[in-house]
Design a protein around this ligand. Sequence first.
Ligand code: MBD
Ligand code: FE
Length: 298
Amino acid sequence: MVKVTELAYMGFNITDADAWRDYAAGCVGMEVLDEGEVDRFYLRMDHWHHRFIMHVGGDDDLAYCGWRVTGPRELEEMARQLDDAGIEFRAASAAEAEERHVLGLLKLDDPGGNPTEIFYGARVETKFPFHPGRRMYGGFVTGDQGIGHCILRQEDPAAAAAFYEVLGLSGAVEYKLKMPNGIVAEIYFMHCNDRQHSLAFGLGPQEKRINHLMLEYQQLDDLGMAHDIIRGREIDVALQLGKHSNDQALTFYMATPSGWLLELGWGARRSLTQQEYYTGDIFGHGPEAKGYGLDVEL
Ligand code: MBD
Ligand code: FE
């Protein structure tokens, strides 16, 4: 069985390009790459050509997630795996692969309707090192752990888990959270490499396809600097600094210019070999700004 190796890139539709450029560079430290295309620009986190394609115009939501496989044989094998599981997909054209700066590409939708891409052959710019958008003590944790993780909308968590298992991710419910209304929320986390989770779902109904994207700094002081900057700019914080039980990362959640959340973190531990579940976080993550779809008591 072939498995995806990382959550490698994402696309977003955005309405306010200037706000996003300023936020990504000035608050987060990502590099903005503009290649003169009128409808898009790129965000970099490392030596890859880009990790995010920001499509200007649209609905301020996730456009697609890009999952990587090793090479052309693995992509062919993945296509067979999808066929065998009865999952619909299509092989993208050469022009579509070129548009993503990859060598080969499949396009499909996950059970929640989230556009999903599986590819091989990333464009890596070894001669064009990462240049952070603001001063940084270190870089982002990427490499064989991919870009980070995201929480996506899924109406049917069991169907979502079955779908992502075909892609080669594995996981289970890792949080059972008592909600104020007495219902227990079960959040499902999945991984495909050393990053403790690359994908999560099960927050219940949410307005947007994406609830949050998590990025991890190599250095604690970069998380602190981001926090100072966004507090100075009075950007909404949905969950205050705190430490998760599963990946044990120190993180906080803030609003993006698109109204979904960015979780910035540091110090995550690696994937475990056995599943565990928790009924709460280690400390912190107190709720602050409401209305971002994370009104759960962690
Ligand atoms: C996470 O990264 C997260 O977003 C939530 C809600 C719980 C545990 C880890
Ligand atoms: Fe998270």
